[in-house]
Write a protein that binds this ligand. Structure first.
Ligand code: EPZ
Length: 482
């Protein structure tokens, strides 16, 4: 297991190209199960989750290979490991339909093979995903949607087993339906992906109401349409799919990662540097850039030819101001940037209020940020962040993907050294994050945990307590998070 050793205080400068989106790549890779024709996906990042999905698809008869030979013809810069070779997917064996627990427990997103498997093979057996660090993550809406398409649903030894209804041709085929897919916390991204993918091969028309509007869903619909599916309304809460008998191959470049882009924007602001992001999906980040502007962060498009792949310069234009956000489904403020924004607000002049509406328990970063000297008061699914004038390095522990990113950001701004352990959480969603940050001037390095990392900052912690920049929140709000 690796750790990051980070010395804070260096303003980031330079430019970075935003990678393709992990949360688009996963359901798009699963869509390769809907056909036996070749699928080429471009700009798929080299991440642990992508490798997990490739391993799962291989078990289901779909090979996933990187086409390194294409690097030259695509003028991919060999020195820029962030420019990945195209991913070639091809389903050749369609006998297996079991996504085993051993793989599913490493990555919840494995659930997005459910719909494609069921639609194409008539049966799907997927291990029920277990617990998750960010809170409850049921799949009841996925099952509700697929059952509405006619699937029989059973639970067998921890596996969900779905079977499509028999059809006149002696095979099994789903049938179109009208489905309301909204849940207690709003729409479901992977639930929409599963039901929309399955409906492409169903008999007749399907209407999904309360569908997720995430850009990753729009991207999945774009790939499926290129494969021959008939889909209207992706990106809106109402999607209509006309089922077809079969789907073809496709060659598709996935959308840039708006969460990675937001993370690097906050890194630039937190370190009071200036960073240029290219391949940045500004068009799907309006809630994020609006919030950052309110906080005093300038996001200036320098090339808007294609706002879905823009170039923009990001810098802190004034003192950091407090903000108030509530996470929501797209186009609202994304839950996957809540932790990173909290790190930024730790240094704002005043009190910020962050409310988490999608995963109300998603606050494992709070205690670790407090170890870095942040002043945080949590009350249920709301945290009040009282800005301090300085964070201080300390040993901290990564817990989940975005919480870990917020700790890296805070450490970049902190005085002294931070050691962040269990960075495998980060590798799931950020490609070689330490190299990307070091290329922007950060003092960060990856080191194996068992290298007996001497933690020099410890010597300082005793004699430095950060002074608050903000009036203390009234004690009635509840005890500070420890
Ligand atoms: C996707 O997860 C993302 N993961 C998550 O990103 C992201 O946080 C989430 O969408 C919300 O934006 C991938 O795309 C791989 P949901 P997903 O179903 O689809 C409830 C990251 O950091 N719900 O939209 O699994 C659920 O509990 C990850 O990259 C039900 O109640 O999330 C949550 O409260 C973390 N029943 C809400 O809906 C269901 O059947 C939204 O979840 C499904 C979901």
């Amino acid at each position: 297991m690796d750790a990051f050793v980070i010395r804070g205080g260096t303003p980031l400068h330079g430019s970075i190209r935003i990678n393709g989106a992990k949360n688009a790549a996963l359901p798009l890779m699963a869509a390769a199960l809907l056909t036996d024709q070749p699928i080429t996906l471009r700009d798929v990042p080299n991440l642990v989750d992508i490798r997990n999905m490739s391993a799962l698809l291989a078990e289901l008869g779909c090979s996933c290979q990187r086409d390194e030979s294409a690097r030259q013809s695509l003028n991919l810069d060999p020195s820029d490991s962030r420019q990945s070779a195209p991913l070639l997917l091809r389903t050749t064996v369609e006998s297996a339909s079991h996504a085993r627990y051993d793989i599913v427990r490493t990555m919840r997103a494995s659930v997005c093979v459910l719909g494609p498997l069921l639609a194409r093979r008539g049966v799907a057996r997927v291990a029920m995903p277990g617990g998750c660090a960010i809170g409850d993550r049921p799949i009841d809406l996925h099952l509700k949607g697929l059952a509405a398409l006619g699937a029989a649903v059973e639970l067998d030894s921890g596996d969900i087993v779905l079977t499509a209804p028999a059809n006149k041709a002696g095979g099994r085929r789903l049938r179109g339906a009208r489905i309301f897919l909204g849940g207690r916390f709003g729409s479901t991204a992977l639930g929409t992906a599963n039901v929309m993918s399955a409906a492409t091969l169903a008999e007749g028309e399907t209407l999904i109401e309360g569908a997720a509007c995430e850009p990753e869903i729009v991207d999945l619909a774009a790939l499926l349409t290129q494969m021959g599916a008939q889909i209207q309304g992706a990106g809106t809460p109402r999607i209509v799919i006309q089922g077809v008998d079969s789907l073809a191959g496709a060659d598709h470049t996935i959308v840039p990662d708006r969460i990675e882009a937001g993370t690097f924007m906050i890194a630039a602001a937190l370190t009071q540097g200036e960073v240029t992001l290219s391949n940045c999906p500004l068009d799907s980040m309006m809630a994020v850039t609006e919030t950052l502007r309110q906080a005093g962060v300038e996001v200036t498009p320098t090339n808007r030819d294609d706002p879905t792949r823009a170039t923009c310069a990001v810098r802190l234009a004034s003192d950091l101001r407090p903000t108030q956000i509530t996470t929501q489904p797209h186009p609202g403020f994304p839950t996957d940037l809540q932790a990173q924004l909290m790190a930024l607000m730790c240094l704002a002049r005043g009190n910020s209020v962050l409310t988490e509406r999608i995963f109300p328990q998603r606050f494992l970063h709070v205690a670790e940020l407090t170890r870095l000297g942040a002043r945080l008061v949590r009350e249920g699914s709301t945290v009040i962040v009282s800005g301090v004038d300085q964070l201080v390095g300390a040993p901290v522990m990564a817990s989940d993907l975005r919480a870990s990113a917020s700790l890296v950001l805070a450490a970049l701004a902190a005085k002294g050294e931070t050691v962040l352990r269990r960075v495998y959480h980060l590798d799931r969603g950020y490609e070689k994050m330490e190299q990307a940050l070091a290329a922007l001037g950060a003092d960060i390095r990856r080191t194996p945990e068992n290298q007996g990392i001497a933690f020099s900052a410890l010597a300082h912690v005793g004699d430095y307590m950060p002074q608050s920049k903000s009036p203390q929140p009234p004690s009635s709000v509840g005890a500070p998070v420890t």
